[in-house]
Design a protein. Structure first.
Length: 431
């Protein structure tokens, strides 16, 4: 093992391309609420999407007593509480702290970790990632430097199947069949191979080295890909620092094989359900919690995986039917799996339309589209997922503008003045 040797920060470079920002990171959390048109908004980080049943009930209690009575799932497997009452911040923080959802006030916005939700439940993947998740979250909360990460910085722990590896995380840890792990940084094609047991420590070290690069850019770099051409320098710097910290590390190629999230249904020893537009009422949420014998796993695809080990096929089928009766999506052919939307009106003052209502009104048409749809109230396209899809963006003069990919060429766009004409517009843009 090599002895740890202090190193100077990496040299500055004119190649860095920081984003043109004139203010600090305003990403909301549970201690820093965001003022929206429908009230305050809290974003509760749930590393790996893992919630105990007790924690799930605490979130339902907060949504019912302090918010709008709904729980909103995000594309990072977190939970947003909306419509929060004025001056409820202290009460919310106390409630979450008692439930164990606020282990470190100084790190609550940086605990952004997604993990393969079916890991250990369906016989797939190369490694069960729960030990990685626990170790990384503990190391994050113990790192003074990590407090400087943006609320947008993302870690992904992939069990080897390639599901969360597709989400464009800043630091992706991917299990390999031989027990090692590949650490990849942003969209760089080079990866670093480390021993599996060293993976959480190597992931945190990569984030801490990134912060040194970010400081040289004046703090205006929040994500690794914002380093531009300096991303290659970052990979080399992380490799050197890993060796100096006693972590064996060699260069390797990034594994680019990816898959999607879990479909609804019974999968191995788990139930998988989807929340339409990522939104659950308190009764729906409580129904899921009551079916769960121990924990829930929120997915980055706005779904929930419920581990039900030791149950019979008949019991699993009955539980899934119960969740379907509560209004959750349990059919893998449901058109809701192909439709997403930002919050829209009336919750967001920047939105030009009630995109969720329009998405629901045109659900049958969207289900027949060659590509999934994402509805946005403005050009910011908040919550927009990765991958090819048709963007339906509310236009300043009314109606919508549809944009879809066109093979390797530029996106094609068309106007939509009336949502009743969506089928015609979709045919024109995806044919």
């Amino acid at each position: 093992m090599l002895a740890a040797v202090p190193t100077a920060p990496p040299p500055s470079s004119p190649q860095a391309t920081p984003a043109p920002r004139d203010r600090g990171d305003a990403c909301p959390g549970t201690l820093r609420l965001h003022a929206a048109d429908d009230g305050a908004l809290a974003r509760v980080r749930v590393p790996g999407g893992v919630l105990t049943v007790r924690q799930a009930h605490a979130l339902a209690d907060a949504a019912r007593r302090l918010g709008d009575g709904e729980l909103h799932l995000t594309s990072r497997g977190n939970v947003q509480l909306r419509g929060l009452h004025d001056a409820c911040g202290g009460e919310l923080a106390r409630l979450l702290d008692v439930a164990g959802l606020l282990p470190s006030p100084g790190h609550e916005r940086v605990r952004n970790v997604v993990a393969s939700p079916l890991s250990g439940l369906d016989g797939q993947g190369s490694r069960e990632v729960r030990s990685w998740l626990s170790a990384l979250d503990a190391a994050l909360c113990a790192s003074e430097a990590a407090r400087g990460l943006s609320g947008r910085f993302l870690f992904a722990l992939d069990d080897g199947r390639g599901d969360v590896a597709s989400l464009g995380a800043d630091v992706t840890v991917r299990a390999t069949a031989d027990g090692a792990a590949l650490i990849s940084l942003g969209s760089a094609q080079e990866a670093l191979r480390v021993a599996g047991d060293d993976a959480p420590r190597a992931a945190l070290l990569a984030a801490e080295v990134f912060l040194e690069f970010a400081r040289q850019a004046g703090g205006r770099v929040w994500r690794i890909d914002e380093l531009g051409s300096r991303s290659a320098e970052l990979v080399s710097a992380v490799r050197r620092r890993s060796a100096e910290s006693g972590i064996g590390c060699v260069r390797d190629r990034k594994d680019t094989t990816t898959t999607g999230g879990p479909p609804p249904g019974v999968i191995g020893s788990a139930l998988s359900v989807h929340a339409a537009l990522g939104r659950l009422t308190v009764p729906q949420w409580q129904e899921v919690a009551e079916v769960a014998p121990g924990e829930l796993r929120l997915t980055p695809w706005r779904g929930i995986v419920v581990p039900v080990p030791g149950t019979t096929a008949s019991d699993r089928g009955a539980a899934l039917s119960r969740l379907s009766a509560a209004g959750l999506v349990t059919d893998p052919s449901s058109p809701w799996l192909r439709v997403g939307a930002c919050i829209g009106r009336p919750g967001c003052g920047k939105s030009r339309a009630d995109v969720r209502a329009d998405a629901a009104r045109t659900l049958a048409t969207a289900g027949g589209s060659r590509l999934p749809l994402y509805w946005s109230g403005c050009e910011r396209r908040c919550g927009h997922p990765r991958g090819d899809r048709v963007d339906v963006v509310a236009a300043p003069q009314g109606g919508y503008r549809l944009t879809g990919p066109d093979g390797d060429g530029p996106p094609r766009a068309t106007g939509l003045g009336d949502v009743s004409h969506l089928a015609t517009a979709l045919a024109a843009i995806t044919s």
